[in-house]
Design a protein around this ligand. Structure first.
Ligand SMILES: [Zn+2]
Length: 488
């Protein structure tokens, strides 16, 4: 029975089949499941627990910048979307439209928000009158719907969860500063909390948010060599202010249009955590976002031993909880310790604590850390010192997962000055990675890169350090290098 179950829980090795591994990890670790509606997904408690930890910490950081939370409705009048020309062009193909309600056809169809610029700016126009009403900074945590054709759990689904911040300012400079402030909030949050190293920069015109003057991005490189956009911050200029007539009286009593930003990250960050940190055994969670940071596995063969071991395990749990560690005891019956070890490894729990009768007698336990493999992963610890040692170990694991990811990313990032070599790197199985190359900025050269290699411009670094060279495509003079990669 136990052996059968053990087999059932094994995931496809990551090195064999990345996409198969990714789905296996999500389903077997019980993070999410498919819903009966094509392209939408269910967040199971173990997956939603990661999102809650992530959300609470990011919410705290967003509020520190001065933004406050609000909530705007799911339904938006269809006419709102049409008010900003680029915005409607960008979103129309993936919008879900409600035509009937209460058994009747609606006079004006409603769209299900794909993002909330239009409804929020409609309200901003009514709330903003004077320079004293500025800056206005709101954030909302909500779901949005985009009718995607090709979907993948966490990364691209019809409905997903996110936060979207929207701000209005009196001056261009202030709005530009806000855009970059939020970019930096996202960068530090994802690097520190999710242990995912990022490339940061602005998007090319082709990759810009519909309706934005400038889009800035944080980009992660997944373990299979494909990039994932992890968050964006947009400088909207006055595009929406014009469309929704958001005006204010400045200090000299002149009527002015506001300057705006919007910024967001979504549940696709869960996909990034899986694809950056996972290994052949399954998930590896950074301790900061692990719903269970340490799991205690009591080991006993005889009933009289079991009682003693269970008692010791429970008092250990209490002392770990008192130290602020999220801890669980695995008291499931009829499963071998070996099965339980593999199961918790697959679920990505950062620290496992093994305690048996001999350990209880000796006043010690075995600690096993998920960021290492083999004998190196295990060490003994005196019972009284376990809370302090696990606290220190969790901090070390957080750091070591970031360093491992940074090493992998750097190995898989290459500079190119020859188009053929770049194209060859992007090809076939095992191909890909991040490419840093000079690009003249011409959209035609960008299109040629995409059509030849499927790679897109991921980010143009903000600081170019006075770089100059030749465009990898046309050979013309170029003053900027940009990151290109195949992306999710
Ligand atoms: Zn060029």
């Amino acid at each position: 029975m136990a052996a059968e179950k053990q087999n059932e829980k094994k995931v496809t090795p990551r090195s064999q089949d990345f996409a198969g591994w990714y789905n296996d990890v999500i389903l077997r670790a019980e993070l999410a499941d498919y819903s009966p509606v094509r392209g939408s997904m269910v967040f199971r408690p173990d997956g939603f627990g990661i999102w809650e930890l992530l959300r609470d910490e990011l919410d705290r950081r967003i509020k520190k910048t001065g933004a406050r939370n609000a909530y705007f409705p799911l339904f938006i009048p269809e006419s709102f979307l049409k008010k900003e020309a680029q915005h409607v062009e960008g979103f129309a193909p993936e919008v879900a439209v409600v035509t009937h309600g209460g058994g009747k056809q609606l006079e004006e169809p409603l769209i299900v928000r794909p993002t909330s610029e239009t409804i929020i700016n409609h309200m901003f126009a009514q709330w903003i009158h004077s320079h004293r009403d500025l800056p206005l900074m709101v954030n909302q945590w909500c779901n949005v719907v985009r009718w995607e054709m090709r979907t993948r759990l966490f990364l691209r689904t019809l409905e997903f969860l996110w936060q979207e911040g929207h701000t209005a300012h009196a001056t261009r400079e202030e709005a530009e500063r806000e855009t970059l402030t939020m970019l930096e909030v996202y960068r530090t949050f994802v690097e520190e909390f999710l242990a995912i190293p990022l490339y940061v920069g602005r998007k090319s015109a082709a990759e810009r948010f519909p309706g934005a003057e400038e889009t800035y991005t944080i980009e992660g490189l997944m373990a299979d060599g494909r990039a994932l956009q992890c968050g964006t911050s947009h400088f909207l200029g006055q595009n929406f202010a014009k469309a929704f007539e958001i005006r204010f009286l400045d200090e000299t009593n002149q009527l002015q249009l506001v300057w705006q930003t919007s910024w967001g990250v979504s549940t696709r960050l869960l996909g990034a955590i899986i694809m950056v940190h996972g290994d052949d055994q399954g998930l590896r969670l950074p301790p900061a976002v692990a719903p269970i940071q340490a799991v205690i596995v009591p080991i006993s063969r005889k009933p009289d031993e079991a009682e003693k071991v269970r008692g010791a395990a429970r008092s250990l749990r209490d002392s770990l909880e008192a130290a602020g560690i999220r801890v669980k005891i695995d008291e499931r019956e009829g499963l071998t310790p070996g099965f339980k070890f593999n199961d918790w490894e697959m679920r990505g729990v950062p620290v496992r604590i093994e305690i048996g009768p001999r350990d209880v007698a000796a006043g010690e336990v075995v600690l096993a850390r998920r960021d290492r493999l083999g004998p190196e992963a295990k060490q003994k610890a005196a019972l009284a010192e376990v809370p302090a040692q696990v606290t220190a170990m969790l901090a070390e694991i957080q750091k070591s997962l970031f360093e491992q990811a940074l090493g992998a990313r750097n190995t898989n990032t290459r500079e190119f000055d020859d188009f053929a070599k770049f194209a060859e790197q992007m090809e076939g199985e095992g191909g890909g990675g991040m490419a840093l190359m000079f690009w003249c900025g011409n959209p035609e050269c960008e299109t040629k890169i995409r059509e030849t290699t499927k790679a897109t411009c991921r980010a143009i670094p903000l600081n170019q350090n006075g770089a100059s060279g030749k465009c990898i495509v046309c050979g013309e003079a170029a003053t900027e290098r940009a990151y290109f990669a195949k992306a999710y």
